[in-house]
Design a protein around this ligand. Structure first.
Ligand code: GLU
Length: 305
């Protein structure tokens, strides 16, 4: 496996030239576009890494999977999906215009910003209690006590997050979120700013692959039904408006984030964390996608095979 990963990093690192760093959140602009790394963990706990795999990056949209998980644990699937849909869409993650159409009653799915702001608002607890619950469960899943958010990236998001603010106001006017808008956004910005590395992401992947059981402790945190829902949503909506093609070419439940991370989870087999901040036009790591496509083909990892 280690040799395979080294070979795939080598093969795909040329792709980084085709991508661009996200800089609409100014602090993300500091990333090195040439970085590319991967970590794979199998269900026995064997860990394989290659490339720039131990650099920290912010989790961004990958956090939406954990926020959805907590919202379902707190309220049940039925209640959560009254306020957010289950459908993939062919428009950018931060789009809001469909939300304002007469029939666009609720956000299309929990992986776009509008849907994620709803699920974050549904996490039980006041103010930072929501964030602390998110951090706590992430620390358990990754067996990494040091998981925390970056105050600098959080500030950077908060000062430039007017689009998310507009989305939140729209959601509130439709009765889809309760409470103070700035308070909900504050948690959303902090959750996106949580710092991780490829190993942490791979640990989330193997946690999902093992149906909600923590790899290091064996503790079962989430029921099978919730994990199936998360995996289905990742498969249909996890890679922005590229999720359909990704399902065909890679076929692994995945979620990407604008800082260049990709979480991938092969049921019962592997958890995978990829980092490559150069992004394609959809907002996915361009070389990260390349590696996952090759890895899926070489090891026949597609869930559709
Ligand atoms: N914090 C980012 C935003 O809200 C997350 C976007 C993403 O990773 O897709 O714009």
């Amino acid at each position: 496996m280690k040799e395979l990963l080294d070979r795939l990093i080598e093969k795909n690192k040329v792709l980084v030239k085709q991508g661009k760093i996200a800089n609409y959140i100014p602090l993300l602009g500091n990333a090195n576009p040439k970085d590319l790394g991967i970590c794979v963990i199998d269900s026995l706990g064997n860990l394989y890494s290659s490339g720039i795999y131990d650099k920290k990056f912010t989790i961004q949209s990958i956090s939406k999977v954990i926020a959805l998980m907590l919202a379902i644990m707190d309220h049940g699937e039925e209640e959560v999906f009254l306020k957010v849909g289950m459908e993939s869409i062919d428009e950018p993650f931060n789009s809001l215009y469909k939300l304002d159409l007469p029939h666009g009653h609720k956000p299309a799915n929990p992986m776009i910003n509008a849907g994620a702001i709803v699920t974050t608002s549904l996490i039980r607890g006041n103010g930072d209690e929501k964030l602390n619950r998110l951090l706590e469960i992430l620390r358990k899943i990754t067996n990494n006590e040091n998981i925390n958010y970056s105050k600098e990236v959080y500030q950077s998001e908060k000062t430039t997050g007017d689009r998310n603010r507009a989305i939140a106001f729209l959601l509130k006017s439709k009765g889809l979120i309760d409470g103070e808008i700035e308070e909900v956004l504050d948690i959303y910005f902090k959750q996106c700013s949580i710092e991780v590395d490829c190993q942490d992401i791979a640990k989330i992947g193997i946690f999902l692959a093992n149906k909600g059981r923590v790899l290091d402790t064996g503790e079962k945190l989430v029921d099978n039904r919730t994990i199936s829902t998360l995996m289905a949503i990742m498969t249909t909506c996890g890679m922005y408006d590229f999720s359909g093609e990704y399902a065909i070419k890679v076929g692994i439940p995945s979620k990407s984030g604008v800082s260049g991370g990709i979480l991938a989870s092969v049921p019962n087999k592997y958890g995978i964390g990829v980092y490559g901040p150069a992004l394609d036009k959809h907002g996915n790591s361009v070389a990260g996608y390349g590696i996952l496509k090759d890895l899926s083909q070489e090891l026949e990892l597609s869930i559709f095979v």
